[in-house]
Design a protein around this ligand. Structure first.
Ligand code: GRF
Length: 232
């Protein structure tokens, strides 16, 4: 454990968040991936290690064949589906319709499911975001709203900021703009390269993402406008 703190707002006022089902049922989670899968692995380790006790990963869907994330899912005995998006635009509501159908076929419904984007390099259509309203999370390698989009670590270095970090947030229609759930800061060193900075940020991602999913599946989160607060 490092000295980095997890930041989360408190003091709930208005009820607007998704409400995971109570009782013995597990929140069905679908993870969307495109590549390496280290965040997926941190989530699966948290489920297997009983850090997340009220959620289960029902399916991992990749838009790319033969990526590391698929191997990781198989190693954890989680069903995988490849929906190859070769030749398709980065945002495509027909493609997203297939993703929704696949998620729902694995029990990840807008009623009680959670969709976790873990290195998913597609832009979700407004239809998808509406369908899973307040039930989609993403992890980003910067302190949003700074450095949204691609190459966040490189752009933070080039900009000369002294602190960057990791953010887990709910997904809104605008890219990397939804309500922030958790953030952790990572100081930037004078001798950092994109690789060394990315590596330290990634360690924070692997800590924050399972924590955010645990809070969601334990029904601890409430969304008030742009703020995500802990239920009291
Ligand atoms: C992570 O840095 C994440 O923040 C970004 O894409 C990267 C995915 O890495 N969205 P991995 O596939 O989880 O290892």
């Amino acid at each position: 454990m490092t000295s980095h703190r997890i930041l989360v707002a408190r003091r709930p006022h208005i009820l607007e968040a998704a409400e995971p089902e109570q009782g013995d049922s597990l929140v069905p989670i679908g993870v969307l991936v495109s590549g390496r899968g280290s965040n997926l692995e941190s989530i699966l380790d948290a489920v297997d290690g009983k850090y997340i006790t009220k959620g289960r990963v029902n399916v991992v869907i990749s838009n790319k064949p033969s990526v590391g994330a698929l191997e990781i899912a198989r190693k954890h005995d989680v069903p995988t589906v490849i929906l190859d998006d070769k030749g398709l635009p980065k945002m495509d509501s027909d493609y997203d319709g297939k993703t929704i159908a696949t998620l729902e076929a694995h029990g990840v419904t807008p009623k009680d499911g959670l969709v976790a984007l873990a290195g998913y390099f597609r832009i979700l259509s407004p239809q998808f975001v509406d369908h899973y309203h307040n039930r989609i999370m993403n992890v980003h390698p910067a302190l949003l709203p700074a450095f949204p989009g691609l190459d966040a670590q490189k752009r933070a270095l080039e900009h000369g900021v002294k602190v960057s970090g990791a953010t887990v947030h709910f997904v809104a229609k605008e890219v990397d703009a939804g309500p922030v759930i958790l953030q952790a800061h990572v100081p930037i060193r004078d001798d950092d390269t994109v690789e060394t900075l990315s590596e330290r940020i990634l360690r924070q991602e692997h800590r924050l993402y399972p924590e955010a999913i645990r809070l969601f599946t334990d029904d601890q989160l409430r969304i008030e406008g742009r703020r995500v607060v802990l239920k009291t």
